[in-house]
Structures are given as structure tokens and as C-alpha cells.
Ligand binder design. Structure first.
Ligand code: TRP
Ligand code: ZN
Length: 882
């Protein structure tokens, strides 16, 4: 095995050389592309002289090097498989380097690669070094000019960053296009695209009256699936002007879709490259969730133009500077164009299912990590989603206007620079004269803080006291933790369900909301606080961590009655949902314990009654009802337990669902019929909400062993005029009796649509039915499957290993062996994708001893594999150290 080395945040040093200008010429060819690079390099003033120039370069064939016009003799530079070093570099020079690369053989999809006959680049984080020798680090910002030369038949469209300044015909059927990007940028934001593509175009007129062309490029057959992405881009442009005063800065904003992509999308300057999953959608091919995902990702990449591109990261440890902030911005955008409550609950649910698990496991790391072996492994739930919660807490502590002041100062100070998370925090603090020193711990301490809250009611004095203790669990490399600065939003609710005015005995600890407000943010800074609320008319029920004011876990000894009360009365949508969620988690964990004792699952009548009241509450947003009825995921429950038998846990969940379905049959049926109103499909907030509740009802009804229900499912599958309803019916059918007829029908209809086939693979990979692993293994050989395509791998393999705990954790260990085989197979093809899959072994210490042994054995088998990539090695070795 190769030795893998860690890079440390504190080892950062400024670059010894800077690059002022880059002129790139690409002679594009699928198997042999020639890259000529002309770099204007100069020594970074003020730094010590005599430092060698060390350029990064990987998998490059070097053709020539010239220094100031003269060929550089071989004795004047050294090369290894990652660098090119010139020891005697003048203070200022022009370096011309010609390299050759083979896009067709690039299965890692980093650098320049081929996809369906077209060529794309992916340079974040360190892909540019697979294109040309360069100072491939984000604090080296240069002006780029790119000339693309290619066969005109094969590659009629030639795109790069910035503005198109010229084009022309050449010999041998070739043509050229020249692009100039007027903004300095790091190499990770470089992009080029070449191929047979068509564009849907639109324009946006900015607040200052400039006209911006929006162009969404796709393969020719897909032009009828771009409208939603174009509309999303326009909405995002409008929103960023209104909310943050930020306008687009080039004449053209381009999005190009490719079906071979390691992640969701990439914010390259002026030329965003997207996974087709986040561009292509039509009501018959995409679900409501897909449309929503397109809005989020288009907005996210567009927003990066300011938070990421205009102001970028000094080094990759600062990744959350751009990602946490941009996720916060895209979440706010989605909240403003849709339902804020639904958006918040969905985001929190994902954070708790995935990020909390990451933070409690062997890959736990701070939002700003201290070390990494492979930066690609740090595009994580922690850096993105916890990072966005950290940004949200500034807004909670400083208020919306205060946050805006901080953003304005951040851009005023840092436009055009490569900066750190500390610079962002300083802008927030300075713009508001706030003390955010302790807040820095959110960037440096890993692990999910825990709040333990107790209350005391003093009937004689009419006072209610909350005692709040905080603690942060130990994580790998961080045994001891300090108390953090945590905003805790609270309200107190009286017996009629009204929030009470809040007066604190000591007013110094609260922010946001003066004495007497009905909702206040308490600032925790110590390990323990006591908050006494005075002048209360009665013993209240506390509503805690409203709107999920901080990414923490919380324990408060609510009775079942109090949870039911909050489910019915809390005026904060998140807290109301949370009451239902806590009640369900409590029930499922109790019933799981009963199953372990060999007892039968019994859902108490009080629980059924609470769900019945939800179903009958037609005044409440149907989307909220749907979210409250949706039981916690098995993966989330697994985190709440120890020594888990995931198969028994899945059986418990299934029994609870069945009992609820039996008990609530009339209400489920009625609500389903009311919502199944035959309206033609339209993607609107109201319709999405109604469909979500309708399909939750359908899901519960599918648990009933009645032929009538089988017919209902078959009918919804057949009659649906949209993918949301069709897929919901198909999923229920697959889980219920296999749905073979409909699966065959579906594949017959959609064989040529890769994204729809992804859904078909994922449904089968996440099936609850026996024989799912065998099915998945067979599907590896399906003509629509390819192990080289990340979307296919995610739909079939990751869905099984990460989304189907009952089958992945089968007691015979075959699920684990399957995962290990695929990780090893993928590692030779695409290390980023292999490493992502390898996280399915993260929680091996959570399961029972028998399974722990099996999982550890597979981890060791992977670790022992010769030539394992640094990506996969990092994940596996950390898992083994748990
Ligand atoms: N910066 C991209 C985003 O958040 C993430 C990304 C896209 C990426 N492709 C990648 C990161 C490949 C690493 C490797 O939108
Ligand atoms: Zn991003």
C-alpha cells in the first residue's frame, strides 16, 4: 500500500510565486488533447527569495517547456508524478508549457474527460493539475484567456469562462473560439465544454439595467426539459439582487448539463457545469422533489458567483467559507420561493440523518477541518450543511439586517480576494459591533453539542425556570471541548395553546426580542445557565430550539401528553413537527426494545389518536401534515440506539406502520380520496403540498392486506399524469408485492431516459422485499447500468448500501461483502465515487457484535487491497480506527 500523507491547516504558507495571466490553447481530441499554456509568473513580493517554483501536475505527458522564449534544458527542472520543479526561477518570467492528455481514458471525471462524445472539465478541487502544470491552489488568482480548437463536426459548440471574443475556421475541418474571462480566478474555477449541444436561452435584466443572457446547454434530445432550470436561474438572479444587493457580473450566464458528473454541479466562472439530474425535468419524467432540487442547485451554483468566485477560499480548509454560506443562501432562496416551514423541516431532517451521524462517527471533523489526506473527502455534510447552520446562527444572533450589514462589509473588504472563515466572522462581528470570539468554536470543534434542559415551576411565585447544560462529545483527535456560543430560541405556551409574553428575571442573557416578546433567543455561553421567566399566569409548556436555532441535540423530559399538546398547538412549524418526530422516535425505540424482548409491537391508542387528529386537521398545511405523519428513518433511529439489529429495527418500523394503517384506515382513505382530485399536474406549492400528503396516505394504505388497496395502487400507477404520483405508486407496489408488472412497464416506457431509469434502479435497490440484494446484483448487468457512471452507481449501489439498512445489514454479511467488492471495483475507476460509497461502513460500531465482526472483516479486506487510492484509504483507515 502507498503511504498516504496528511496536510495540516496550520502549515499554510502564502504562495512563493503568483500568476498574473494565463493563456491556454486547447487542441481538443477525444484521446489526445494538446494543451499549450503560457503563464506570466512573478515572485510573491515580500517572501524570501531563492524558493523554487513547484507546479502541480498529474497524469500529464510533457511535450515542451520554454522559459522566456527559450527551451528549458532537462537539467533545469525536475519532475515526479505530482510536481514539476524549477529550482532557479527568475523573479518574473513567462513560462510556456505544452502537455498532452487523454480525456477518453479519464474515468475519474476530474480534469478533462469525455461524456457521450462531448468533452467537459471538472477542476474543483484539484483537477486543473490533470490538465496542465500549474499553481493549482485557490489563493493564486489569475486572468485567464482560453482558445479552443476542435473538429467543427464533432464539436460545434466550444465554451469556456467569461466572454466569447472571437472565432473562426481553420484547416482540416477545424474551428476555433476564443474566450476571455475579465475576472481573476483560481484554477479550480476554470472550465471548458466542447460538443454537440443545443441551448435554451432567456434574458434577465438586472436592477441596474444590464441585460444578461442565460443559456442552458443540453444534448439535442433534451431541449424540452430545460424550462424549469432556466426559470430557476432567472428567479435566483432576481432574488440575490433583492435580498443581498448582488448582481451578476458577466454578459452571459451559461449552464451545461452532463450525465457523467461526480457531484451535483459546479460553479465555474460564467460556465456552470451541472449533473443532468439538476437540469432536466418535465412533469412526466421528474418528481416534485426533482423540480425542487433543480431550484436549489441552480440557485446554489449561481449564488457561488459572489460567495465563492468573487470572494474565494484562501486554502481548502476554508471550504465551508463558500459552501456553508452558499448552502445557507440557497436554503433561504428556497424558503422565499416556496414554504419556509417545509424547507426548514426538510433541511433539518437531512442534517440530523446524515450530518449528525457523520459528526458522531469516525469521519467527524470540524466545519473548518484541521487536516486531510484527500480534499475530495471533505465535501461533506459537515462542511456544507453544518456549515450552513453556522451561517444561519449569525443571522439568528444578529438579525436579518445585522446579517446583511455583515455581508455588505464582507464584500466591501474582500471582493477579489482569497480569504478565510475568520475573515467572514470578523466582517459579521465588526459590522455589528458584536463579540463573536467564542463563536469561533463552531469552526474548530467537531461533534454535535448536546443541550440537557430541565425545568422548574414555582407555583407560589409564578415563575418558570429552565436549567440548560451544554456539552460537546469527544470526537477523533478532540477529547476535550469548550462550551460554545449557542442561540436557543424559546417560547412558553399556556394551556389554551397561546404563547406567553416572556420576561426574564435577569434580562442580560437574551437577544432578539425585548422583554415581553413571545419568542426570544437565549444566548448560551457557559456550560450551565439558569433562565427564570417571571409574571406567568400558569405552568407553561416550553417550546424549545424553535426553528432549530442551533445544530444541537436536545433532551427535555416532555411527557407524552406535552408532546401531543405541542403537536397540536405550537405556533413554530419546526417545533410542532419536532414534537411529532420526538413522539414517534420515542414510540419506535420503545417498540424496538419490546421486539428484542420477544414481545409484540403495540401502538398505544394515544399515538394513533394524535395521528388521527393530524389527518383530520384540514386547516393545517397538507405538506406539514405529511411531514408529521412521515415516521423517522431507520438510519436516524439507528443513531439513537446501541448494539442495533437493523433487521429487527426495520421489522419494528413496518409493524408500527401496519398498525397505524389499520387504526387510521377510514381517515387515510378519506384524505386520500379528497386529495386525489384529478386536477391536471402543475408544479405549484399548493399542489406539491397536496400530493405529498396524498402519497403519504397511499403509503400507509399500502400496508393493508386488501385486494382493494392493490387495485388502488395499480390505478394510481396507470392513471398518473406525472412522475411524482406514478413513482409513489410504483414504490408502494414494489415494497408490497414486488410490482413486477409495473416495473417492466416502467422500464419499457423509459429505457432511453437515463434519469428516469435511475429512479427505476433506486426503487429496486431500496425495496423492503426479500431477495433485494440478489436483485441488485442482477441489475449490475442491466443494459442501462454502467459502473462508470456516477448517477448509476448512486442509484443502484449507494442506494442499497446507504439507504436500505435492513438489507445492507443482513445477518449473513452478504450486504457488507457486496459493498466491499463494489468499493474495490470502483476505486480503480473513480476514487471519489468509491470513497463516498465507503462511508457505508462508518457506523460499524453501532450495530450488534455479530455484525460488527462482519463489517470489520470487510473493512480490513478493503484496506489490504494493493494500490488503494488515497481517497478510499482515508475513509477506510479512519473507519477502522473507530
Ligand atoms: N463546488 C461544487 C458545489 O458545491 C461542488 C463540486 C462539484 C465538487 N463537483 C465537484 C467538489 C467535484 C469536488 C469534486 O456546488
Ligand atoms: Zn457549492
Amino acid at each position: 500500500m502507498t503511504a498516504h500523507q496528511a496536510i495540516h491547516r496550520l502549515d499554510y504558507t502564502a504562495p512563493a510565486f503568483l500568476i498574473d495571466r494565463v493563456d491556454l490553447t486547447f487542441e481538443l481530441d477525444e484521446t489526445d488533447t494538446r494543451v499549450s499554456s503560457r503563464l506570466v509568473i512573478k515572485k510573491n513580493k515580500g517572501l524570501q527569495s531563492n524558493t523554487p517554483l513547484i507546479l502541480a501536475g498529474e497524469a500529464l505527458q510533457l511535450e515542451s517547456i520554454k522559459l522566456d522564449g527559450a527551451p528549458l534544458p532537462a537539467s533545469a527542472y525536475q519532475r515526479d508524478d505530482a510536481t514539476l520543479t524549477i529550482p532557479d526561477m527568475p523573479d518574473e518570467a513567462i513560462l510556456e508549457i505544452v502537455t498532452r492528455i487523454n480525456p477518453a481514458s479519464n474515468t475519474a471525471l476530474s480534469g478533462l474527460y469525455a461524456s457521450n462524445g462531448n468533452l467537459f472539465t471538472q477542476c474543483e478541487a484539484e483537477g486543473f493539475r490533470r490538465i496542465s502544470y500549474y499553481l493549482d491552489r485557490p489563493d493564486v488568482m489569475a486572468k485567464f484567456t482560453t482558445t479552443l480548437i476542435a473538429d467543427k463536426q464533432k464539436y460545434p459548440v466550444l465554451l469556456s469562462n467569461g466572454n466569447r471574443v472571437g472565432s473562426g475556421q481553420m484547416d482540416r475541418g477545424r474551428h476555433w473560439v476564443k474566450w476571455v474571462d475579465p475576472f481573476r480566478k483560481p484554477s479550480y474555477l476554470f472550465a471548458l465544454v466542447a460538443g454537440k449541444l443545443v441551448a435554451q436561452c432567456d434574458t434577465h435584466v438586472t436592477g441596474s439595467g444590464r441585460s444578461v443572457a442565460i443559456e442552458v446547454y443540453v444534448e439535442p434530445g433534451n431541449l424540452d426539459k430545460c424550462a424549469h432550470a432556466v426559470a430557476a436561474a432567472k428567479k435566483a438572479m432576481q432574488w440575490d439582487e433583492e435580498r443581498f444587493g448582488l448582481e451578476y457580473d458577466l454578459d452571459t450566464y451559461m449552464i451545461v448539463a452532463t450525465s457523467d458528473f461526480n457531484m451535483g454541479a459546479m460553479e465555474n466562472k460564467g460556465l456552470n457545469i451541472f449533473n443532468t439530474k439538476y437540469v432536466l425535468a418535465r412533469p412526466d419524467t421528474a418528481t416534485d422533489a426533482d423540480f425542487d432540487g433543480i431550484d436549489s442547485v441552480v440557485a446554489h451554483e449561481y449564488f457561488h458567483n459572489w460567495t465563492g468566485n468573487r470572494v474565494t477560499c484562501r486554502d481548502w480548509f476554508q471550504l465551508s467559507l463558500k459552501e456553508g454560506l452558499t448552502v445557507y443562501r440557497d436554503q433561504e432562496f428556497s424558503s422565499d420561493i416556496g414554504s419556509r416551514a417545509v424547507q426548514r423541516i426538510q433541511n433539518v431532517r437531512a442534517l440530523r440523518e446524515y450530518q449528525f451521524a457523520e459528526d458522531a462517527g469516525p469521519q467527524a471533523h470540524p466545519v473548518r477541518p484541521d487536516e486531510y489526506q484527500e480534499i475530495n473527502n471533505f465535501y461533506t455534510w459537515t462542511v456544507y450543511e453544518k456549515g450552513s447552520e453556522v451561517v444561519r446562527m449569525y443571522a439568528t444572533l444578529l438579525g436579518r439586517e445585522g446579517f446583511r450589514r455583515g455581508m455588505d462589509l464582507y464584500f466591501k473588504r474582500h471582493d477579489g480576494q482569497a480569504v478565510t472563515c475568520d475573515d467572514f466572522r470578523a466582517a459579521m462581528a465588526d459590522a455589528n459591533h458584536a463579540d463573536l470570539d467564542q463563536f469561533a468554536l463552531w469552526y474548530s470543534q467537531a461533534g454535535t453539542p448536546h443541550l440537557d434542559i430541565a425545568s422548574h415551576w414555582d407555583d407560589a411565585a409564578q415563575r418558570f425556570t429552565l436549567t440548560v447544560r451544554q456539552s460537546v462529545p469527544p470526537t477523533p483527535g478532540q477529547a476535550e471541548k469548550l462550551p460554545m456560543h449557542i442561540p436557543l430560541a424559546v417560547a412558553l405556551i399556556d394551556r389554551r395553546g397561546q404563547t406567553l409574553p416572556l420576561h426574564l428575571a435577569d434580562e442580560s442573557c437574551a437577544t432578539d426580542g425585548a422583554a415581553g416578546a413571545h419568542h426570544r433567543v437565549l444566548e448560551l455561553r457557559e456550560a450551565e445557565h439558569r433562565f427564570t421567566f417571571v409574571n406567568l399566569p400558569c405552568h407553561p409548556v416550553p417550546s424549545l430550539l424553535r426553528d432549530f436555532s442551533a445544530p444541537v441535540t436536545l433532551a427535555y423530559p416532555y411527557s407524552d401528553d406535552e408532546l401531543v399538546f405541542l403537536m397540536a398547538h405550537d405556533d413554530d412549524a419546526f417545533a410542532r413537527w419536532e414534537a411529532a418526530n420526538s413522539y414517534a422516535v420515542r414510540l419506535l425505540c420503545q417498540q424496538y426494545a419490546a421486539v428484542l424482548r420477544g414481545e409484540k409491537v403495540v401502538v398505544p391508542e394515544q399515538f394513533c389518536e394524535a395521528f388521527r387528529a393530524l389527518l383530520e386537521n384540514t386547516a393545517l398545511d397538507p405538506a406539514l401534515v405529511a411531514l408529521m405523519l412521515d415516521l423517522p428513518r431507520e438510519n436516524y433511529l439507528l443513531e439513537q440506539l446501541d448494539d442495533v439489529d437493523p433487521v429487527k429495527l426495520a421489522q419494528t418500523c413496518q409493524s408500527v406502520r401496519q398498525q397505524l394503517a389499520r387504526s387510521l384506515r377510514p381517515q387515510l382513505w378519506l384524505r386520500y380520496q379528497q386529495l386525489n382530485d384529478g386536477q391536471p399536474y402543475h408544479y405549484s406549492g399548493e399542489q406539491v403540498a397536496r400530493r405529498s400528503l396524498k402519497n403519504i396516505c397511499l403509503d400507509y394504505l399500502a400496508e393493508l392486506d386488501e385486494s382493494m388497496i392493490g387495485e388502488l395502487l395499480a390505478q394510481q400507477y396507470r392513471k398518473a399524469d406525472n412522475m411524482t404520483d406514478r413513482l409513489a405508486a410504483l414504490r408502494a407496489l414494489v415494497n408490497r408485492d414486488g410490482g413486477e408488472a409495473q416495473l417492466a412497464d416502467f422500464a419499457g416506457t423509459w429505457a432511453a431516459d437515463a434519469l428516469v431509469m435511475d429512479k427505476w434502479f433506486a426503487l429496486q435497490a431500496t425495496s423492503r422485499r426479500p431477495g433485494t440484494l440478489t436483485r441488485v446484483q442482477t441489475l449490475l448487468g442491466h443494459p442501462a447500468f454502467s459502473i462508470r457512471n456516477p448517477n448509476k452507481v448512486r442509484s443502484l449501489i449507494n442506494a442499497f448500501c446507504l439507504q436500505n439498512p435492513a438489507h445492507f445489514h443482513a445477518a449473513d454479511g452478504y450486504g457488507y461483502a457486496f459493498a466491499a467488492d463494489r468499493i474495490i471495483e470502483l476505486d480503480a475507476i473513480n476514487p471519489q465515487i468509491a470513497a463516498r460509497l465507503a462511508t457505508c461502513f462508518n457506523r460499524w460500531t453501532k450495530v450488534d457484535t455479530h455484525r460488527r465482526v462482519l463489517m470489520r472483516t470487510e473493512l480490513e479486506r478493503i484496506a489490504a487491497h494493493p494500490d488503494l487510492s488515497g481517497d478510499t484509504n482515508e475513509i477506510i483507515s479512519k473507519a477502522l480506527a473507530a
